[in-house]
Ligand binder design. Structure first.
Ligand SMILES: *Cc1c(COP(=O)(O)O)cnc(C)c1O
Length: 522
């Protein structure tokens, strides 16, 4: 294997920072270049020498590995530096405002982390005897209680690991309920145009046929079109509320009643529950199943040291079909219900989503967040999230085209289009220039119902000063895009890499590193 022994790979970047010279290393002060892990270190200088094993007859039948496996050979400091350098090239919520719409990138309170690290929670093993983990089970039970109370639903499945996984859980419960009624022939799930991409993917994955329902001009689901499509082949609907245009679906109760009357079920994508928590209970709107992304509404980290958590709340109608396991409070303490029994409450469970009981670390963080806010504090979370988004919307509606600004206040996210930019300029140019301004770009080109959509979700955890700085940056970049500033077309200018060929990367992904010499010989 050829290895660059020094670990440095001098590249000679063009001097584009106002005539600054290119550096020997390619680094720019604290902005450090980093090559692939395979290109640093050496297998000759690391590892241990093992005394050769005595010769035995191989039983691998020709499957024995003959060549080196090709793992990188790094010492501990080289390894630590490699990953630390890479980590510094990430944008993070602890570095600045993260305006990704629909993703709800909010501050993760340190109190959550402190609680999650208590050994009684962080060291529990999923196979520990139930009588040794009563406290952990109580945390799961208390969080379940809060989720059911806040949503006005009947029960909750705690085991799903993310929002999309929760959608699958809800749709499988709907499927089980239909089959129990002998109506497994209902194969169509209706999904509005403004739905998150995971919704149709979930329905299709569970074996349903997806049919689109159009949106109205004001960005909401066309409830007349939806009602007109209901019938004996429709299993249910999947509706996001608040929706991906950042608007509240005012007709949801009316839609739910119509869906139920036609024999279907209502799945609500609750990813944006942070905009309504403490103010609206989805159970009152006729929802049958809804996932809650703990990493959105309840401030757990997005991908924090393992799987996430997307509990699913159920209506009374779907509760019998909810997955196992669940925690139950008994006279003596808490027990885990792990198997279908004749018990009327879970004889019809559709099965399991995961091997164990869910993600303890995320449960502890979410419960900490809930208890530290209390009922009034959670209500204020929703109010502040909505206030912040409206501040962004009203501050920029005269700069960027805001297609739904005239229909009234938005919920937790503000949406803009690329309608009024100079010819040849689009959302991508604004997003790339925001990188130079030190911000992660907003969600782009989604939802599809808005041309060149820019979806901005500030969340409730940003201060007015932070919002003003972001608004100032976005306004400045937007003005440049309206004036046709050509330098925007090559932004970002200050990032280690600028415009990558994303189409090529998606069509011809290079996922396996090959030795440069081997490459050259081909
Ligand atoms: C984030 C999101 C999802 C998917 O949730 P994950 O936890 O990322 O799987 C689904 N729907 C909407 C509207 C979302 O914002």
């Amino acid at each position: 294997m050829t290895i660059n022994q020094s670990g440095w790979k001098p590249s000679a970047p063009e001097a584009k920072d106002g005539g600054a010279p290119a550096t020997f290393t390619g680094n720019k002060a604290l902005m450090l270049e980093e090559v692939l892990i395979f290109e640093i270190g050496s297998t000759d200088t690391t590892g241990v020498d093992i005394v050769p094993a005595p010769k035995v007859a191989s039983r691998l039948g020709g499957l024995a590995r003959e060549a080196a496996i090709g793992l990188p050979g790094l010492s501990e400091p080289e390894t630590v530096r490699h990953y630390t350098r890479l980590s510094r090239q990430n944008y993070a919520i602890d570095l600045g405002l993260f305006p990704l719409g629909s993703c709800t990138m909010k501050h993760n309170p340190r109190l959550n982390e402190k609680m999650a690290r208590l050994p009684g929670f962080s060291d529990v093993h999923p196979l520990a005897p139930v009588d040794t983990v009563q406290g952990a089970l109580e945390v799961i039970h208390q969080l379940a209680h809060w989720l059911v109370t806040l949503t006005g639903m009947t029960s909750v499945a705690m085991s799903p690991k993310a929002g999309a996984h929760g959608e699958l859980c809800g749709i499988l419960a709907i499927k089980a309920a239909l089959e129990k009624r002998g109506e497994g022939h209902r194969k169509v799930i209706l999904v509005p145009e403004s739905a998150h991409g995971t919704n149709p993917a979930t329905a299709a994955f569970a074996g349903f046929k997806v049919e689109d329902i159009p949106a109205t001009a004001d960005g909401r689901v066309d409830s007349d079109a939806l009602k007109a499509r209901l019938g004996p082949d429709v299993a249910g609907v999947m509706i996001t509320n608040p929706n991906t245009c950042g608007l509240f679906e005012r007709d949801l109760k009316d839609i739910s009643d119509a869906v139920h009357a036609a024999g279907g079920y209502v799945y609500c994508d609750g990813a944006n529950f942070n905009a309504i928590v403490g103010r609206v209970r989805p159970g009152d709107l006729g929802v049958d199943a809804m996932h809650i992304n703990l990493h959105k509404t309840f401030s757990t980290p997005h991908g924090g040291g393992g799987p996430g958590s997307g509990p699913v709340v159920f209506s009374e109608a779907l509760t019998p079909f909810a997955p196992l396991p669940f925690v139950e409070k008994t006279g003596e303490g808490f027990r885990l219900v792990e198997e279908e029994t004749a018990d009327e409450h879970h004889a019809d469970s559709f099965g399991r989503m995961v091997a164990f009981h869910g993600q303890m670390g995320m449960f502890t963080r979410a419960l900490t967040y809930i208890l530290s806010h209390g009922a009034d504090g959670l209500r204020q979370v929703a109010e502040d999230a909505v206030l912040n988004a409206n501040y962004v919307l009203r501050s920029l509606e005269n700069t960027l085209d805001a297609p739904f600004a005239a229909s009234g206040p938005c919920m937790h996210e503000a949406i803009f289009s690329d309608e009024n930019l100079a010819d040849g300029f689009s959302t991508i140019d604004i997003a790339k220039a925001l990188i130079d301004e030190g911000f992660h770009p907003m969600t782009m080109y989604f939802p599809l119902v808005v041309h060149g959509a820019m979806l901005v979700e500030p969340t409730e955890t940003e201060s007015k000063a932070a919002l003003d700085q972001f608004i100032g940056a976005l306004r400045s970049v937007a003005e440049r895009a309206k004036a046709g500033d050509p330098s925007l077309k090559t932004a970002p200018h200050f990032a280690p890499r600028a415009r990558l060929d994303e189409t090529q990367a998606a069509r011809k992904p290079v996922l396996v590193w090959k030795e440069p010499l081997a490459n050259a010989a081909e």
